[in-house]
Design a protein around this ligand. Structure first.
Ligand SMILES: Nc1nc2c(c(=O)[nH]1)N[C@H]1C(S)=C(S)[C@@H](COP(=O)(O)O)O[C@H]1N2
Ligand SMILES: [Mo]
Length: 524
């Protein structure tokens, strides 16, 4: 290879690196300024959030199927990888055809700013961090590319700056500046993480918070509710292992002092409720199982908790919905919406609540602090709005909710399901006495029976644990004398109405999966 070409190729790599480092510095300062201004204005969060909202329904399913509840980390990593690739290209372009690289950097910033402004939780300054990011990236890029040892292969060929020592000194200078810039970028990113832990402000408020003792306590958990079998899901899911599903890339930071709920729309009396007013009401405690419509047969997007809250039917009674209203559109501070049948929320026999507590603590931030909805028997996407701030009484033929607009059913009663937890799929077992155990649920209806079938044997009745209530799942178990070989296990539940879980297989779209949970195990 001719010497000039060598310099050219090497400069190509250096220019790409300059682009990547410029993007790092830009992203770092963008995130840092966002952390200082408002977490929701983070360029990454805004773009990621917009991607989530714009994504077709199958993309959400795929993301959940591939990454489970780590889908957000996967998305952010994806954005970072794409950004780095684009940044490397801007470096190459800036070297060959300045100022195209700088122009792309600034354009990226402008796009980020526009996207940030269109987010539901946008503030007046939401555009600023993205512009800072774009401008910083542009300036850094221009500076670093200008420092490239020989500005272009053409120049090297033309004999500019050609002697080896000068080239080597130029190269060192470039590497020193690029390294310095990268260090600034890393420090900015770390700073942003530290400061946005200034979301610690709300976390600290939460830790200091003492919820009132309930006016109506939950009836005690029956002695036989927890079977205590290793590998079986706890009958009460600890907050730390409770599944989390939402569209929020950055967990909304809501100070209870700033929180209020507005009930409006087709009502005779608009109601506004502050945090202090809410916790001064006679709060009630109770267990309810919540599950996600995206839960596959055998899946783990389900949990059972002790909730503390105030009945929504009481609040709606204050607002006096008009006779022709049939739906409540709940809205979170970040723009998510859910449509819940009005009759479900006003039903005297259903414990639909505005919840403030989960398993004896204030709601964890990622589970909706300070206030969310919980409606036993409905999938989360049509009922369990976290960080809820607005209830609009309306009609199903007048308004639609977040997931309904993306192809999911407008109504979402939880389907009867059962799951085998023990043994695990693919787990090796030794022959002999063992146990098959799992959980079954149809919240608000209740489970009356679970049966298990091994291979093509008879369906055998499992022993049900004592359910906490009809609003919760129930554990079950069945002794099994396992013989060597491969065996297929399956289970099915029957609800309190005498209906047996269908074997018909349906996917999660549009209103929840059906079919029996079954899988092979190997016994040695
Ligand atoms: N604000 C908000 N609330 C939301 C969602 C959301 O995306 N944003 N997702 C809903 C869905 S789909 C489910 S299954 C439940 C999950 O609640 P969890 O994360 O506390 O388990 O929250 C519901 N409430
Ligand atoms: Mo969900």
């Amino acid at each position: 290879m001719a010497r000039a070409d060598r310099v050219g190729t090497r400069n190509g790599w250096l220019a790409a690196a300059a682009g990547a480092v410029a993007a790092l510095v830009g992203a770092g300062l963008g995130e840092l300024s966002a952390a200082l201004i408002a977490p929701s204005s983070s360029p990454f969060a805004a773009i990621g959030g917009a991607l989530i909202d714009a994504a077709p329904p199958w993309a959400k399913d795929t993301a959940i199927a591939w990454f489970g509840t780590a889908d957000k980390v996967a998305l952010l990593t994806g954005i970072a990888v794409v950004l780095l690739a684009v940044a490397a290209v801007t470096g190459l372009l800036e070297r060959r055809r300045p100022p195209i690289g700088v122009a792309i950097a600034v354009a990226l910033g402008v796009v980020g700013a526009v996207v940030a402004l269109t987010r539901a939780d946008a503030g007046p300054l939401s555009w600023l961090p993205s512009l800072i990011a774009g401008a910083t990236m542009g300036v850094t890029l221009r500076m670093l590319v200008r420092m490239l040892p020989a500005r272009s292969a053409g120049e090297a060929r033309a004999g500019v700056s050609t002697d080896d020592r000068t080239l080597e000194m130029d190269r060192r200078r470039f590497l020193a500046w690029t390294g310095g810039a990268a260090a600034i970028g890393v420090v900015a990113v770390l700073g942003a993480t530290l400061v946005s832990g200034g979301s610690r402000a709300v976390a600290a408020i939460r830790s200091a918070l003492r919820l009132p003792t309930p006016a109506v306590a939950a009836s005690p958990v029956p002695a036989g509710a927890e079977l205590d079998i290793a590998g079986l899901a706890d009958v009460i899911t600890p907050n730390a292992s409770f599944y989390r599903i939402d569209t929020a890339l950055v967990v909304p930071q809501v100070d209870p002092a700033d929180w209020s709920l507005r009930i409006h729309g087709m009502v005779e009396n608009e109601v506004t409720l502050t945090w202090d007013e809410l916790v001064a009401l006679p709060l009630e405690e109770g267990y309810a199982t919540m599950s996600c419509v995206s839960n596959e047969v055998g899946g783990t997007l389900i949990g059972n908790a002790l909730w503390l809250g105030y009945p929504l039917r009481e609040l709606l009674a204050r607002a006096r919905p008009t006779a022709d209203a049939d739906m409540v559109l709940s809205r979170s501070i970040d723009g998510f919406t859910a449509s819940t049948p009005l009759e479900t929320l006003t039903d005297p026999d259903r414990w639909s609540i505005l919840a403030v507590g989960m398993n004896g603590e204030p709601l964890p931030l990622e589970h909706g602090f300070p206030v969310r909805m919980v409606v036993p028997g409905l999938y989360g996407y049509v009922s369990a709005t976290k960080w809820v701030v607005d209830l609009e009484v309306t009609r199903f033929d007048r308004a639609t909710a977040y997931w309904t607009d993306r192809g999911w059913s407008e109504r979402g009663p939880v389907k009867l399901q059962s799951r085998i937890d023990v043994p695990r799929p693919g787990q090796g077992l030794s022959a002999g006495e063992t146990v098959i155990a799992g959980v079954a649920w149809q919240p608000h209806v209740g489970v009356s029976r679970v049966e298990v079938q091994v291979d093509d044997g008879p369906w055998e009745d499992a022993t049900l644990a004592t359910a906490i209530s009809d609003d919760t799942w129930v554990q079950w178990s069945l002794p099994w004398r396992a013989t060597a070989g491969r065996h297929v296990l399956r289970c099915r539940a029957t609800n309190a109405l005498g209906e047996t879980q269908t074997s018909e297989v349906a996917g999660v779209v549009p209103d929840g999966a059906t079919g029996w949970h079954e899988f092979p195990v190997d016994v040695f």
